[in-house]
Structures are given as C-alpha cells and as structure tokens.
Write a protein that binds this ligand. Structure first.
Ligand SMILES: *[C@@H]1O[C@H](CO)[C@@H](O)[C@H](O)[C@H]1NC(C)=O
Ligand SMILES: *[C@@H]1O[C@H](CO)[C@@H](O)[C@H](O)[C@H]1NC(C)=O
Length: 502
C-alpha cells in the first residue's frame, strides 16, 4: 500500500506539478532541494513512517492497558500452560520458570504471587483451560475470595481419581486417626488417657520422655491427638525439669497444664476439631497417572501461579464422606507466627523451631461425586460484615459445629461432580506476597445425609516468609540438580520424595 501511494505521488509530481495552482505556491516557498522527485519521496516516506510508528504506539498502548486491567480472562490450555500464562502475566510472574532448572536463581529477584480478581459476587470470567471448551468461573464471595468453576473435571476424570484413591487403599491404615473419630464420633478425638499419651510419646519405651521424643513427634505431623500447642507446653515443662527428662508423674502434671491452657487459649477451633471421613494422598509428580498430571497443570492454568510452585505443593488429598460423615469448620492454613514454621519449608528452616504448621496459600477443591442429600461445603462467615471469633460460639450456638449448625452458615455449596472451588486462605501482603490468614476462609463439610461424597483438595504451599520460601526452593533445586547429575535423563521436577512423610 505504501508502495502504491508513493508511486501515485511520484506521478503527480512528474505530471502537472507546474500547472497545479495548489502545488506551485507551496513549492515555491520550499528550498530548491524540494524540486527533485527523490526529495519529495523522502519527505513522504518520513511522514508515512511517522504515521505508522504512531499507529503502532497506539496499538501497543491498547494492548498494554488490556492485559494490565483484567489479567487475562483467557488462560491457556493444559499443554502450553505455564509458558503462555507467564507471557500474559509478565508483570507478575516475570520469572516464572520456562524450565524447572533455572527458576530458582531468578526467584530471589522477583517472584510474586498472582491473585485472581473477584470483581464482585456473581461476576463471571471465561477461562480456556482445556482445548475443546471454555469454562466459566463465578465469584461466590469476596471474603474469602472464592470462585466456582463448574465442569472443571470431566465425569471420566472424576471416576479415575476416585478409583486411584480406592487403589491407594483409602480404607486402609492411613485412616487410623479418623477411624478413631468414627467409633466415637460424638466425642473429641482427644480421648486418650494420660498414660496412653505418655506411652505413645515414649518412642524407646524407657519410661522417660526425652526432648527428642517430643520434638520428633511434632515433626511427624501426626498431631491429630495432640495439638502443636499441647506439644509445645509439654516441651516447656520438660525444659523446666532439672533432669531434662519427664517420668510419668511429671508428665501427668505437665500434660494437665497443657490441656487446660490449650482449651482456654484457643477454644474449640484447635482442641476439639472433629471430623469423620476417610482420606488418602495421591502424588501428582513424574510417573503419576496422566489424569493427575493433567489436573495439576490445569490448576496451574487456573491459579496463574508459577508452575514450579504448584508442582511443589502437597499431593492431592482425596476424601470420602459416607452417610453421616462431616468435618467441623476449620482453616486450611495457619496464621503466621514467630514460633511456627511451615511444614513444607522445614527442609530449609531451623530445626530448633518446634511448631510446624500447614502454610497453604490457596485451596482448590474438586467435587468428584454429587452427594444425593447433604454434604454441602459451608463457609459460615463468608462475606459477613465483620468477623469475630467469639461470635462463632455464643448463646449455645457454635457455628463451627457442622453437625448442628450447617444450615446457619452464610454460604453453602451443594457438591456437584466435576465442579471445582478455588479460594485463597491468605490475604495479600500488598506487595505481591502472601499476607495474613484470611479468617473468613473458615469452612467445613455438612454431614452427608444420603449417598457418598468424594472430594479432592489441591493445595499450593507458600511460606509467608519470602526468604524462607526462597531458601527452600533453592534447596529443592540443588537436590534436584545433584540427582540429575547422576541420572542424566531425570530432568523434570519430581519431589515426591519430599512428601513421603506428609
Ligand atoms: C535459627 O534460629 C536461631 C535462633 O532461634 C536464629 O538465630 C537463626 O538465625 C535461625 N536460622 C535461620 C536459618 O533461620
Ligand atoms: C457477622 O456480622 C454480624 C454483623 O456485623 C455480626 O454481628 C456477627 O457477629 C458476625 N458473625 C461473626 C461470626 O463474626
């Protein structure tokens, strides 16, 4: 087109330049240089180049505004997931890893956690997560920031995950803690006698509790029958003891104190958390079933987080709720605290910190089946005007007790096979990193009245301490590199070995 115009101009010039009344006054004011054809073409070219640059600038500006406002309504499919997400989200996931190896170096410079915008309750965003269809993502609440994505899994995928969980032995030994609760579902799980607790803690059975025995218990994360608070109290008691060990008598005293103070301090939320269900863990890393692999990539696309972070998350937790099964309202993550350390970064951390907690930036919950009746997921305080922990339990009504008060929750969601829920357990710290625990993310499972409910939880673990998370990821990369040095083809990130003890 440019070519054409130039030729036209040329012919105009050469044709009747002298006879044109418009051209001649203009030309006469110009310098003699303008007379030649070559120079007037150059002038035209300059104008056209300027014009094109201007248009390109406008287009670039429009694109910039578009992608900065709504961080990509469209998210790429399973296959190309991380690469194209990081293109769209370049300001946020600037250093998102194109390959698993190199990201850790960039990490320390700029690594932030994208957050999906809720806009308002009922707002719908369109996602392209798989190649053959688009998904709608609906904002369900802003406190917590909660989304629903119907049809996130196909029927077939739901079935495969359920079957894999059954294969993994969902009914088997992994359920000791919850099967206890099943026998005595109306009592707190903490129904062991002091002697039993002592004996369980006394690993070498010498009738004395040494410090390492208590500490090792806190690290096993098998804290269903002793809360981390209890353990800390017991340790404090032990340290006050001149011998540095506790016999049964001393333990009795310390244990009694730890139980009392635990109840006074944290009330129901920690000491009497009740649930009744069965669960298992499915690894999603290298060598896992392709459906599990696909699912994890889809979570990466959905959350828009760097894929390395999602890959380092806990394995997929699959839970089965039969008739009457439930879980009390709880938070999936933990408040940041100077005396706590995130379980997932303990490798990089201080072995002397005692209390390990789960640090889960967000939860993606999948309904793998639709319970016929009951089994709703409840968010008792979603979008409540204010949050007040005391108000959860008052006038004999306990909003965290899903067996009694499920119907009173602010938001209840009926399980529908294939639907995914995504919510953030933490607020943003305002600088692109994970901030405080979002109290509003309190949620529980109402008792199943008819049918069986299967759900799966996918968690993305992040340490609120940016440096600690950075150290941890460096460490993982080092381990990985050491390994891949020995086995050349062992390239993709696979950290199932780190999760063996979860
Ligand atoms: C470990 O803890 C000690 C004291 O509690 C502290 O001085 C040190 O900096 C910590 N190290 C790391 C890596 O956090
Ligand atoms: C929910 O909001 C109301 C109104 O502000 C308040 O009275 C009530 O205590 C809140 N509930 C909880 C559990 O915080």
């Amino acid at each position: 087109m440019e070519e054409d115009l130039m030729q036209q101009e040329e012919s105009n010039d050469s044709g009747d330049s002298s006879s044109s009344p418009l051209n001649s006054p203009l030309r006469s004011t110009r310098l003699p240089l303008q007379r030649s054809n070559v120079c007037s073409r150059a002038y035209f070219v300059v104008v056209m180049v300027f014009f094109h640059v201007y248009i390109l600038n406008v287009i670039a500006l429009l694109l910039y505004v578009h992608y900065n406002n709504g961080p990509g309504e469209l998210v790429s499919g399973d296959r190309a997931s991380s690469a194209s997400v990081s293109e769209i989200e370049s300001p946020l996931t600037h250093s998102a890893p194109p390959s698993g190896e190199s990201y850790v170096e960039d990490y320390s410079q700029s690594f932030s956690l994208p957050r999906i915008e809720g806009i308002r309750v009922g707002h719908i965003q369109h996602l392209s997560l798989v190649s053959d269809r688009t998904h709608e993502m609906k904002t369900l609440s802003l406190k917590p920031l909660l989304f629903e994505i119907p049809g996130f899994l196909s029927e077939e995928e739901c079935r495969v995950v359920v079957q894999l969980a059954q294969l993994k032995g969902l009914m088997g030994k992994q359920t000791t803690a919850s099967s206890q609760g099943q026998e005595e579902s109306n009592q707190p799980l903490l129904s062991l006698s002091t002697e039993e607790v002592f004996s369980l803690l006394d690993l070498n059975q010498d009738g004395l509790l040494q410090k390492h025995e208590i500490v090792s218990h806190s690290r096993s994360r098998d804290g269903t029958w002793l809360s981390p608070d209890n353990l800390r109290q017991i340790l404090t008691g032990l340290e006050a003891c001149p011998t540095g060990m506790l016999n049964l008598e001393e333990f009795r005293r310390v244990y009694y104190v730890s139980q009392r103070s635990g109840q006074e301090r944290s009330g129901k939320l920690q000491t009497q958390f009740k649930q009744r269900n069965k669960h298992t863990w499915l690894y999603q890393g290298l060598g896992s079933h392709h459906v599990l692999h696909t699912l994890r990539n889809r979570v990466t696309s959905l959350t828009r987080l760097p894929s390395a972070l999602v890959e380092l998350g806990e394995p997929l937790q699959v839970i089965r709720y039969e008739h009457g099964d439930f879980s009390d309202a709880h938070h999936d993550s933990s408040p940041a605290h100077s005396e706590t350390t995130c379980a997932h970064t303990r490798l990089a951390g201080n072995t002397s910190s005692l209390r390990e907690v789960s640090c889960r930036y967000l939860t993606v919950l999948f309904y793998l089946s639709s319970a016929e009746e009951g089994g709703e997921t409840t968010f008792p305080v979603a979008d409540n005007r204010t949050y007040n922990e005391q108000a959860l339990v008052q006038d004999g009504v306990d909003l965290t007790d899903t067996q009694e008060t499920c119907g009173r929750g602010n938001l209840r969601l009926k399980p529908t096979a294939g639907t995914a829920l995504l919510w953030y357990n933490h607020l943003s710290d305002g600088r692109g990193w994970m901030g405080e625990l979002d109290e509003y993310s309190l949620h529980g499972d109402c008792p199943v009245k008819h049918g069986v409910k299967w759900v799966a939880n996918s968690w993305v673990n992040v340490d609120p301490d940016y440096q600690q998370q950075a150290r941890y990821q460096r460490l993982v990369a080092q381990r990985h590199r050491a390994k891949s040095g020995m086995e050349e083809y062992y390239q993709p990130l696979s950290h199932s070995d780190l999760h063996q003890d979860l």
